[in-house]
Design a protein around this ligand. Structure first.
Ligand SMILES: [Zn+2]
Length: 109
């Protein structure tokens, strides 16, 4: 199960990082969809535009599913010793970078 969850969340160690990546991917999908929409307004590229719209929609859908799946994984709150702020991190990693001050925080097993 550990390997399984590592595969899906990739290199991300904190919930915030996953969130940022999900937003980036979502906007990429949105741009693809909008480009497709613009192309369907031209007469020549309608089939291509529709394909792009479907592709953009699929990217956004897959992205949302991925985000929901990953963020549902049990994350734990770890207080950064440097700035005293809580980070939501995924268990199983030995360290993470504090999202507030950037310091590396070591986790004990
Ligand atoms: Zn910190």
């Amino acid at each position: 199960m550990g390997l399984f969850s590592t595969f899906f969340r990739g290199e991300f160690k904190t919930v915030k990082e996953v969130e940022a990546a999900a937003f980036r991917t979502f906007y990429s999908g949105l741009i693809v969809l909008i480009v497709g929409l613009i192309l369907t307004l031209t007469l020549v590229f309608i089939p291509f535009g529709i394909s792009l719209m479907i592709l953009g929609g699929l990217i956004m859908l897959a992205d949302i599913l991925w985000f929901v799946f990953v963020s549902k994984r049990n994350s734990i709150n770890i207080q950064c010793p440097a700035c005293q702020k809580d980070n939501q991190v995924f268990p199983g990693d030995s360290y993470f970078n504090c999202i507030y001050c950037g310091k590396i925080v070591l986790l004990r097993e």
